[in-house]
Design a protein around this ligand. Structure first.
Ligand code: SAM
Length: 352
């Protein structure tokens, strides 16, 4: 089989594609142009030119975890920690709803200070604004996930980070990939729209390892997939490592679009951070979501999971307007819709 035939195989018989075949595509840069073209074609066919906006509030940078790559890991004593009050969170959510975003994303480190009742109350009150609510607050109990789903939460974003079990252990020494998978399964069982995703360019990660990420998101049938480059944070054990590459990240996005034609794939902030054109390029390679940051400017510079994050010092209005410009310049249209995954039936879904 020629390498270009692999794209037809992914589109027509994704379940039969091997991890080695995906790794070949990742290795061979002569395939970049046709890969990006076909990913854009698939995205336009299934999702049109719409780009969903998800306004994000990073409401706490306290974290009980100690992920080796993350700037807000518990053992980084240089972080100036903050927690937003319930009222601050609700006021910010209202501002997001008034500013053309159909989804409010609540993100934090793993911070048990916000117990099940507090999160349920926040979700319940945000739902009155007629927006979708996404939680991205890490691993909690089944009972808590259930309470929040019943309070109205629509989606849960929990990147799998890496589907390479050995690498997962290296960067989360106290954790295990199988535990992460169990949490993702629980969320699916509760009928959340579930988001997975990975970091591209972690130390010791190779193309075979990234191919496992792509196949994992396909096999899990992820409703959303967040893919961003690794950006070394100086105050972490991986601070002196090389960052992930723009091109490899775009390839992982494009391949993911071929495997999951109707899923939501964000053009991530991390891509915009390593390259000023990163998010536009991602939109041209299959991405269809952007997450403007509405964390109050007073707190925003303190949610430093990696350095030099884009939009850190812009006002909310500047951030919103620059994102709308970015979307239009790339040839797409920002829409206010809540942006749920619109599943295309398996039999009619392989149309290219
Ligand atoms: N605590 C929640 C969880 O565990 O799902 C969500 C918050 S976490 C800070 C958000 C995401 O940031 C992680 O899933 C990880 O992929 C990403 N991240 C953290 N440090 C990073 C780094 N140095 N480079 C790139 N991405 C990073």
């Amino acid at each position: 089989m020629s390498k270009k035939d692999i794209f037809q195989k992914i589109l027509k018989k994704p379940a039969s594609v091997s991890v080695e075949e995906v790794a070949w595509v990742l290795e061979d840069d002569s395939l970049n142009e046709p890969l990006f073209e076909i990913a854009d074609e698939v995205r336009n066919l299934y999702l049109g030119k719409d780009v969903y906006l998800r306004g994000i509030i990073e409401f706490s940078n306290y974290c009980r975890n100690d992920c080796l790559y993350c700037g807000i890991r518990s053992s980084n004593s240089k972080v100036s920690r903050y927690r937003m009050s319930v009222d601050e969170i609700l006021n910010t959510a209202k501002f997001i709803a008034e500013n053309g975003c159909g989804t409010v994303v609540l993100q934090s480190g793993e911070d048990p200070f916000y117990n099940d009742e507090m999160i349920a109350e926040i979700v319940h009150r945000i739902k009155k604004l007629d927006v979708a609510v996404t939680l991205s607050i890490g691993e909690r109990s089944f009972k808590e996930y259930k309470t929040w789903r019943e309070a109205g939460a629509d989606r849960y974003l929990m990147r799998h980070e890496t589907a390479d079990e050995e690498l997962y252990k290296q960067v989360h020494p106290a954790d295990d990939f199988n535990i992460r998978k169990r949490h993702l399964e629980m969320l699916k069982q509760l009928d959340y729209e579930v988001g997975t995703g990975c970091i591209v360019g972690l130390p010791h990660q190779d193309d075979l390892s990234l191919a496992k990420d792509i196949l994992f998101t396909y096999e899990f049938d992820s409703d959303m997939v967040g893919i961003g480059p690794f950006i070394p944070h100086p105050d972490t054990p991986l601070g002196k490592e090389k960052p992930g590459s723009l091109m490899k990240t775009l390839k992982v996005i494009a391949l993911t679009r071929l495997f999951l034609p109707d899923s939501n794939i964000p053009a991530t902030t991390a891509l915009g951070t390593i390259d000023p054109r990163g998010r536009q390029l991602a939109l041209n390679c299959g991405a269809n979501v952007i997450m403007p940051n509405f964390t109050p400017v007073f707190y925003r510079p303190r949610f430093t999971i990696y350095p030099n994050k884009v939009c850190i010092f812009e006002s909310d209005a500047q951030c919103r307007d620059s994102i709308k410009d970015l979307i239009e310049t790339a040839g797409y249209k920002a829409v206010e819709s809540q942006g749920f995954r619109r599943r295309v039936h398996e039999n009619s879904s392989r149309r290219i």
